[in-house]
Design a protein around this ligand. Structure first.
Ligand code: ADP
Ligand code: MG
Length: 251
């Protein structure tokens, strides 16, 4: 059974072949890291999966449905969630209000009706905050949260759209190493229970090798290896071309 099937995905910017013939699958409950040096094509790949970029070639199939080239909105509706950074607009709202907004948007309720409806979705919002360990901070403004808590709020917002696939492009950026592992461990726990698949990028190889079920390695837009952390660690081509410099962290 697969959540996501990617076949021959490609994207070129002018003379740069950012992604070439990328194929892989993701299974339910799997947490998979996409790694590669800067400029390898990680973000371009993510953006083709979430609809921000239209692929030049290839197919993206989500749970049997071809979503290639659809708008980000429709792709989200079909079950591809992603973490967004909390913007200034939402910083003044409480955590509970932020999650309710995400729930309302997902269920296509309008904000002006929500104001009248009052408690609409409060219970569900509190459940989601509970999942990410933020229930006791539900009434605080998002803007005053500690950085690690903000990242967990972003995770709750992504889960509000009930994704089948969660895309996380550098979800732990700016966090301390221990907090990065804690965040990805939380992600694992939450998605495994729901059979959601996760694809994430992360610079810290310690975090990648300690939290991913499988690792996909890309170099110059091309997939050069895919396997378990142990397989990737032992892969001669990966060691030579990529892990060489980060090998200590990955060992
Ligand atoms: P990564 O996320 O792995 O660092 P990217 O996907 O951002 O890599 O970039 C892959 C390659 O595509 C790089 O050479 C980058 O300069 C190029 N690229 C990415 N986005 C664009 C764009 N919008 N226009 C032109 N070139 C781009
Ligand atoms: Mg990137």
């Amino acid at each position: 059974m697969t959540v996501l099937q990617v076949e021959g995905l490609a994207k070129t910017f002018g003379a740069v072949q950012a992604v070439r013939d990328l194929s892989f699958i993701l299974r339910p409950g799997e947490v998979v890291a996409l790694i590669g040096p800067n400029g390898a094509g990680k973000s371009t790949s993510f953006n083709m999966l979430n609809g921000q970029l239209r692929p030049d070639a290839g197919r993206v199939v989500l749970g049997g449905r071809d979503i290639t080239g659809l708008s980000p909105r429709r792709i989200c509706r079909y079950g591809v969630g992603r973490t967004f950074q909390i913007t200034a607009t939402f910083a003044s709202m409480t955590l509970c209000e932020n999650v309710r907004m995400a729930l309302l948007a997902h269920h296509r309720r309008l904000w002006r009706f929500w104001r009248a409806a009052g408690a609409c979705f409060t219970e569900r919002a509190m459940e989601l905050l509970d999942l990410v360990g933020l229930r006791d901070q539900a009434g605080r403004a998002a803007g005053v949260l500690a950085y690690g808590d903000l990242k967990r709020l972003e995770l709750a917002l992504a889960l509000a759209t009930e994704p089948k696939l969660l895309l996380m492009d550098e979800p732990a950026a700016g966090m301390a190493p221990d907090d990065r592992v804690a965040l990805m461990t939380l992600v694992r726990r939450l998605v495994q229970r729901r059979d959601v698949a996760v694809l994430f990028t992360e610079h810290d190889m310690d975090v990648v090798f300690n939290t991913a079920d499988r690792i996909l390695v890309i170099l110059d837009g091309r997939l050069i290896a895919a396997g378990t952390p142990a397989e990737i660690r032992a892969d001669p081509q990966v060691r030579a071309t990529y892990l060489g410099e980060a090998g200590d962290a990955a060992r």
